[in-house]
Design a protein around this ligand. Structure first.
Ligand SMILES: [Zn+2]
Length: 282
């Protein structure tokens, strides 16, 4: 097994290999990651309150045994993402000697704040690649694309897909922005400013002046997200709204429009905007 997961491969490759290892078909949506860790890899799984942490690996070196601890206070779908993140450490980083060892015990902890953050990062390290692995392992391209295909894009659809895969809406929206051919982005807003974003390969490929998004810049008052922050949108946020593209993307052509929908996650009080060019998602 160890030779299958070279540390030089990509998260995409590792996710494909892991799915083969556990005999998951290419079109299988829901992945029982807990079962693969406990039954196929014979590790113990313990759910406990872990202050400040999402997950913790404690392994005896050989044979390959030990315990995966997961934050019991996290929602189940978040625990599943954490488990998939730990699975990458188990399959790739442990066999390749990238996990710290103290007195014959391998030890790796993951802070709550960092799990999932790697999906937004361009930095490459064992944590960001573990998040990217988790995203691709839990949300396989083929069933993911099929579930979105031909349906009206929006938070409602992403919520249905999230349920089918057993992951959070945020993880689903991030995967959507990371793999869409169409021009789209997921933006996180904190205190009225753009905090971070993920843009699709399609949007990345547009000329720079028309996709300009600046971290820390105050968002335009005319965006749907600004209206939400002013309390002008009720609980039922409703359908995606068309707004001039230049409200988000400086330098966008006059008359060009994009769709915006607000995604508010009560856990941690997180605010996201999804933006996309509707003609790319018809
Ligand atoms: Zn980690």
């Amino acid at each position: 097994m160890q030779t299958q997961f070279s540390s030089n491969a990509s998260p995409h490759d590792w996710a494909l290999r892991a799915r083969r290892l556990f005999e998951l078909s290419d079109d299988q949506a829901f992945v029982d990651v807990e079962r693969h860790i406990t039954l196929d890899l014979s590790l113990q799984l313990v759910r406990v309150p872990l202050p400040g942490l999402a997950g913790l690996l404690v392994l005896k070196r050989a044979p390959f045994d030990g315990t995966v601890f997961v934050q019991s206070e996290d929602p189940l779908e978040r625990q599943r993402f954490t488990l998939a993140h730990e699975l990458k450490h188990l399959l790739v980083d442990v066999p390749n000697g990238l996990v710290r060892e103290d007195d014959g015990v391998l030890f790796h902890s993951d802070a709550s704040e960092t799990i999932g953050a790697g999906l937004w990062s361009t930095v490459s390290n064992i944590e960001t690649s573990a998040d990217q692995f988790a995203s691709e392992f839990l949300l396989a391209q083929q069933p993911f694309t099929e579930m979105l295909d031909g349906k009206p894009m929006g938070v409602g659809l992403l919520g249905e897909v999230a349920k089918a895969f057993g992951v959070s809406v945020t993880a689903t929206a991030t995967r959507w922005a990371m793999c869409s051919e169409g021009r789209c982005a997921l933006l996180e807003i904190r205190e009225g400013r753009l905090y971070r974003f993920v843009v699709s390969p399609g949007l990345e490929a547009t000329p720079k002046r028309s996709r300009w998004l600046q971290v820390k810049a105050a968002i335009s008052d005319r965006t749907r997200s600004a209206a939400w922050l002013r309390g002008e949108l009720d609980f039922n946020l409703g359908a995606p709204t068309r707004i001039p593209a230049k409200e988000w993307l400086q330098g966008a052509a006059a008359g060009q429009e994009l769709c915006e929908e607000v995604l508010h996650v009560p856990l941690g009080d997180r605010l996201y905007a999804l933006i996309w060019f509707p003609e790319d998602f018809d």
